[in-house]
Design a protein around this ligand. Structure first.
Ligand code: GFB
Length: 321
């Protein structure tokens, strides 16, 4: 135990969203670090979209620390076709949880946002100060607005009520327990499943959306979980901080990398009727590096280990829908 750290293994820590990609990684990381007083809630036990249920749950459990990783998430197609659900559910989840945390005296809260909160065309790599400096990417504007509201709630509760609430902005994530749905998932798990199924079914061609020219940054979710624990222990500031690798690649390069691991002889066919989304989304990670934290998992190793997980568990195991 290090008394200088801002959270302690004896703290009661609520991981909201523990069945998803991020929440399940947080559970693994906290347990490995000796944090055993962890509390979780399934949707049946506490529906975060219902204020009465959230308030009752916080009143009963009284956590010391909260990590807010719950929310409706999805890839470009899910965001573009379910805008009302993304806006409504995320606004409710964030508002109820942050408000109840204040009401019950939670000592420290980490809210997880997303790199899509930044303007579509802002300078790259994206610094934290770029927030609200320009228009958002249209394909995920509702989700981004809900995430921005969550960040601003943490800032407002810090300012008005002196709450120790702050936010981390992860770049695009992947890893075990991801959503491998072919339509609604993010690009990396979708490609993994597409290449895998083409190989198993003996099909040469694999259809990949968009032009392949846009660039994305990918962080293994175990690295994000490690970064979150690091921030909870050491980060004394408010506001929001980026968490990423500081490296990006084109979707074409990503597709080739996934093919190399899963199905090297596949032929990639581009479906230009599907949207590209934002042209580039590379986070500046100078502040995290300045705090002494860096990611550990290379993209190639992360794709290999995630594919091994996929082979063991299959697409149906994914809980993050
Ligand atoms: O990962 P993705 O869905 O999300 O798509 P975003 C990234 C890029 O991969 C886009 C292309 O240019 C897609 O057109 N892509 C190629 C594919 N093939 C596929 C495929 O089979 N499935 C998918 N999903 N994409 C999301 C936001 O944006 O990023 C969310 O919509 C969130 O709000 C998330 O912020 C992290 O990076 O474009």
């Amino acid at each position: 135990m290090n008394q200088n750290e801002l959270i302690q293994p004896s703290d009661k820590i609520f991981i909201a969203g523990h069945r998803g990609l991020v929440g399940s990684a947080l559970l693994r990381r906290f347990r490995a670090a000796g944090y055993t007083n962890l509390v979780m809630a399934t949707r049946d036990e506490c529906d975060l979209c219902r204020q009465d249920q959230v308030e009752r749950w916080f009143d009963r459990e009284r956590p010391d620390v909260v990590v807010l990783a719950a929310g409706k998430v999805g890839g470009i197609h899910a965001n573009a076709t379910l805008p009302a659900e993304f806006l409504h559910q995320n606004l409710l989840i964030h508002a109820h949880t942050i408000h109840a945390a204040w009401q019950t005296g939670v000592r420290r809260l980490l809210y997880l946002g997303s790199s899509c909160i930044y303007p579509r065309d802002c300078p790259q790599p994206i610094e934290e100060s770029s927030l609200l400096t320009g228009p958002l990417e249209a394909t995920n504007e509702p989700y981004a607005l809900a995430k921005i509201a969550g960040i601003k709630m943490c800032d407002a509760y810090r300012r008005q009520y002196d709450c120790d609430f702050f936010s981390a902005m992860p770049t695009n994530l992947y890893g075990p327990n991801d959503n491998f749905d072919l339509k609604h998932s993010h690009v990396l798990p979708a490609l993994m499943r597409k290449f895998h199924e083409a190989k198993v079914e003996g099909r040469a061609e694999v259809v990949v959306w968009g032009s392949g020219a846009v660039r994305r940054e990918f962080l293994h979710v175990d690295d994000l979980a490690d970064g979150c624990l690091y921030l909870l222990k050491h980060f004394t500031e408010g506001g929001h901080i980026n968490v990423g690798t500081g490296e990006d690649l084109t979707i074409r390069e990503l597709a080739e990398l996934v093919a190399e691991v899963v199905y090297p002889t596949a032929q990639i066919v581009w479906d230009s009727s599907m949207p590209d989304g934002t042209p580039r989304k590379l986070l500046s990670v100078d502040r995290m590096h300045g705090l002494g934290w860096r990611h550990q998992v290379s993209l190639r190793d992360g794709i290999r280990s995630t594919y091994a997980w996929f082979l063991e568990h299959g697409p149906a195991a994914a809980a993050n829908t």
